[in-house]
Design a protein around this ligand. Sequence first.
Ligand SMILES: [Zn+2]
Length: 147
Amino acid sequence: MVIDESGPMRPLPLPTDDSAPYWEAMNRHELLLQRCLDCDRVVYLPAPMCDECQSFNLEHFVSSGRGHVYSWTVVHNMGHPAFVPPYAVLLVEVEEGPRILAQLAAPNGDEWERLEVGMPVRIAWDESEPEQTFAIFEIDSDASDAA
Ligand SMILES: [Zn+2]
């Protein structure tokens, strides 16, 4: 009998033709966004078409991974055994515009107690699953208030 001591596995994405580049880029530590070549809108989540002008003329580009906390919540109840509470889920507005939902990196377990709206954050990577890296965000203590 094989005993898995790594704990419960988190649900993994089921990439589509549109989202596969996004998930593959995450394994290279790149947050991939799309830009509409007709109206310049930044498109997120991965999509075949611009949600502003309905153009299919999109290109991929890599986000800076920097942004600020737009909102957040702290989860105190167990929703899935792979996610042990308490932990914070952030809505991060990245520099390029889109708002991205992701967990807060919490190596000490209590980083969520410092959260404030507008606080600078930067992307980090959750590599707890061997097949798929996930974007998370960490508090960017190096960023100036003017950023
Ligand atoms: Zn467009």
